[in-house]
Design a protein around this ligand. Structure first.
Ligand SMILES: Cc1cc2nc3c(=O)[nH]c(=O)nc-3n(C[C@H](O)[C@H](O)[C@H](O)COP(=O)(O)OP(=O)(O)OC[C@H]3O[C@@H](n4cnc5c(N)ncnc54)[C@H](O)[C@@H]3O)c2cc1C
Length: 603
């Protein structure tokens, strides 16, 4: 997608070359925005103990978002969360955003946080979590398409963006229909554009100009007193507590943590003696994007997940005294792709340069013969440590040694039993995160995952390799927090259910390392120190299976060989569904358990 083209030639303020209009007026920009959008929606008055959702049609230079954040910090009373959703078709580059926001010193602490998480211009949904209970959903793409895709209940709209005569395509019926779909009876709306066409379209969807206020302020026609009625409108529904999560790998631990962060009490049941003894038990794994010659829905999903995981792991690592993340970049050697194919892939699809750059072998630190890709934001995670860190939350209670073998539905809740038919828990909402679907209660019978066993070997070497993470047909990754230990692997054995560590698979990993680093291998003199073996739960369409199967019974599995990429995003989507928070429909349907690929084929 194209960046917004910012220039400073206009004396009134920074402006857009695409639309020939200013992002804000340098003289009174912040004051104008506050008067128009905050006061226009009776904010902060309506933030009394309420979680609140603001929707916006054009993010621009982010002045509305940041001034709302500032106001929220000062006047949110005892409200916990502000969810801000904004669409933008031409996002500014980070450098331009920084320049555009530099004049506003009172916003500087928030600007700094925004810039840190500001996404690359990869189209689609980007969720960011900030201090003060702020979540920003930045929807990169056409505003009406993006908003039509959102499942959200917006309390106040900021109808902002370039004016109808400069940017007519945005102010169409589809956008207003999407606004209507994402509004409720107490929703208010403030607009910087007050043309008769906009007023007419707003009237069509049930918004009327509010009497006795400045032009541009609207409320739903059925609503006589916003402040009074709004006090009763809660966007986040409390879910009956506690919620039970079954399975303490990356999927279950990420989910338990997000639910707990949203105020839910979580009981986490695990059959093993501790967390992360299944597929998530490796000391190191690679967090990297998906690069395909042809764009696909799968690639969009995985890369949205990748960017979300990067932000999440970065934030988690700030709270950890253990090293869980090394954002060292990954050198990806051509492997099965020929040199030319890689180069032409990046040429044909410039969007891929957002996630990977091709560097010539000479400039590359490895001794690869052909050109390699360097994936600059990617890096090495410590999956097992991440699981331990995630469940370290006062609202999560871990119970180990509990195998859930049977389920019974009783009116509004589910009863969980072990193999001896002893009751081990009951709750309104139960989410199974079991990895490979094996010996589960009969309620999961129609679902399909295929086991793909794999082993990672840990080696020690006194020689430092040329880059901490190198990936081709196999990979080597330095274990975070160590100076001389690496994970190498991994093996792939379809249909295998045995997870005993196997010395033959260690030898396969050593042989693969020799092929990966032919020049460096002899000096490495790797010493095998241990290994971990697990089962990847794969799905024919390489996409997780996550969502509700029946009222109160949920599944979260199928993370295959990319759980570090997919588990955080899937946890976020499920948490949003369970807690009635905003989420994009396309991503949730993509992982829907009722889709064909997730189902056992019947003859
Ligand atoms: C060798 C190997 C290398 C990998 N490398 C990478 C990598 O580099 N990058 C990457 O992104 N991904 C990688 N993966 C994939 C990633 O590790 C998985 O996608 C991820 O760990 C899956 O997490 P999960 O929570 O779904 O499953 P698991 O980690 O297997 O967790 C499932 C948990 O559920 C428990 N459970 C199951 N049934 C029950 C029950 N009935 N009652 C109670 N508890 C139950 C299990 O005991 C287990 O603890 C790798 C996987 C393997 C095996």
């Amino acid at each position: 997608m194209q960046h917004g083209d910012l220039h400073w030639k206009n004396s009134q303020g920074p402006s857009s070359s695409q639309f020939g209009e200013v992002y804000y007026h340098s003289k009174n920009g912040l004051k104008d925005h506050r008067a128009m959008f905050l006061q226009g929606n009776q904010l902060p008055k309506r933030w009394h103990g309420q979680n609140f959702v603001i929707g916006e049609t054009g993010f621009g230079a982010g002045l509305n978002f940041l001034s709302s954040w500032l106001e929220w910090k000062r006047n949110r009373q005892n409200s916990e969360r502000l969810h801000y959703i904004s669409a933008e078709q031409f996002p500014l580059s980070r450098a331009d955003l920084q320049a555009a926001l530099a004049p506003w010193s009172e916003l500087a602490p928030f600007t700094k946080q925004l810039l840190k998480q500001w996404p690359r211009a990869w189209a689609g949904f980007h969720r960011m979590h900030f201090e003060d209970g702020i979540t920003l959903d930045l929807l990169l793409g056409d505003a009406s398409e993006m908003w039509q895709n959102m499942n959200a209940s917006v309390d106040a709209w900021y109808l902002d963006g370039f004016s109808p005569n400069k940017n007519p395509q945005i102010w169409q019926g589809e956008l207003f229909q999407a606004i209507a779909n994402c509004s409720h009876q107490q929703t208010t709306l403030a607009s910087s554009h007050f043309t008769s066409s906009i007023c007419h379209q707003l009237a069509e969807i049930g918004f009327a100009a509010k009497q006795g206020t400045a032009a541009g302020q609207f409320c739903k026609t059925t609503n006589s007193d916003i402040a009074e009625v709004a006090a009763n409108s809660l966007t986040e529904q409390p879910v009956e507590q506690p919620i039970i999560v079954v399975g303490a790998g990356l999927a279950g631990c990420h989910l338990a943590r997000r639910l707990a962060e949203h105020g839910q009490r979580v009981i986490l049941l695990e059959q093993n003696s501790q967390v992360a003894l299944g597929a998530s038990g490796n000391p190191a794994g690679l967090l990297k994007p998906l690069l395909h010659l042809q764009p696909s829905k799968r690639e969009i999903f995985h890369n949205i997940g990748y960017f979300y995981s990067l932000r999440r792991i970065e934030q988690l690592s700030q709270t950890s005294d253990q090293p869980i993340w090394n954002p060292c970049g990954i050198v990806e050697q051509p492997g099965k792709h020929s040199d030319n194919r890689l180069a032409s892939m990046l040429q044909k699809r410039p969007a891929l340069n957002l996630v990977a750059q091709l560097i010539p072998a000479t400039a590359n630190q490895t001794n690869a013969q052909a050109s390699s890709l360097i994936i600059d934001q990617a890096g090495i995670c410590a999956p097992a440590k991440i699981c331990h860190l995630l469940i370290d939350h006062p609202s999560i209670e871990l119970k180990t040694g509990v195998n859930v073998a049977h389920l019974e539905q009783h009116n509004q809740f589910w009863k969980l039993f072990d193999q001896q038919r002893l009751l081990v828990g009951q709750a309104n909402n139960v989410i199974f995160c079991p990895g490979h679907l094996h010996q589960l209660p009969e309620q999961f019978d129609g679902l399909l995952t295929r086991p793909l066993q794999g082993q990672v070997s840990q080696i020690k070497s006194n020689k430092t390799i040329s880059h901490p993470a190198i990936c081709g047909k196999s990979y080597i990754a330095k274990i975070p927090g160590t100076s001389d230990q690496y994970c190498i692997g991994a093996t792939f054995n379809r249909g295998e259910l045995n997870t005993e560590v196997d010395s033959q698979q260690d030898q396969q990993n050593i042989a693969a390392l020799q092929q990966l680093l032919p020049e460096e291998y002899d000096q490495l003199k790797p010493e095998l120190i241990s290994a971990t073996s697990g089962i990847r739960a794969t799905v024919p369409d390489y996409t997780p299976i996550a969502g509700a199967l029946k009222p109160g019974l949920w599944i979260n599995t199928g993370h295959g060989a990319r759980g570090l990429v997919t588990a955080p995003l899937v946890a976020e989507i499920l948490t949003s569904q369970l807690c009635n928070l905003p989420y994009p429909n396309d991503l949730s349907s993509f992982i829907d358990p009722s889709r064909k690929a997730a189902r056992v084929k019947r003859d």
